[in-house]
Design a protein around this ligand. Sequence first.
Ligand code: PGA
Length: 243
Amino acid sequence: MRKLIAGNWKMFGKLADVAGFSAAVTQASSQAELLICPPFVLLDRFHKALNGGAAALGGQDCHASPQGAHTGDVSAGMLKEAGATFVILGHSERREHHGETNADVRAKTVAAMAAGLTPIVCVGETGAERDAGEAEEVVRSQLMHSLPDGFAGVVAYEPVWAIGTGRTPTEADVRAMHGAIRAALVAQHGPAGAGVRILYGGSVKPGNAAALLALPEVGGALVGGASLQAADFLAIAACARPD
Ligand code: PGA
């Protein structure tokens, strides 16, 4: 299976960045599947610039309802209409700064799937939870309560303490956690759980991507800061060998 290299632009990027970034991605030849998740307002411009080609598009969040009086929110169907085929859900920044619970993430995941989007559901422990030896238990619980029955999507393991910090877990820790996530997915979802792609996220850079992407059960990467420059994003993608 090809690896999925997803760029999470968070609240960065301008309309003026879209053409150059899209051209760079279009000119590159990559063995990986590429995905760009820009702020909502850039989706339509990206969709036109990429012209259905080199990279897929995703949102960074959606509401659980198809429409309604929800000031400031966006629905999964609206993302789809703007050209998205994926949506990131339950990112730790949403869980922490917007109080999103596992139940919220699950409801959004159901909405995304109903709208025909592929959800990328994020899980990951804090530094304190890792230090207390609770990392796997925390992640298992997030998976249990954030993923609906019949889940058809992607899981991203993002240790909170590794996001934007330049710190990454050891290869042994990533290997152990991705193995634990796979076991939990199979226990919860049966054979379908065996096919779920598990991304690693948290300070993925061109310099560490090859080692991380070569680990068992690492089906790709969710990249924040290093996805903002096309050269870095593509350098990471170039490290992704198909399984
Ligand atoms: P980072 O962010 O690559 O900047 O650490 C990853 C993420 O939050 O998805």
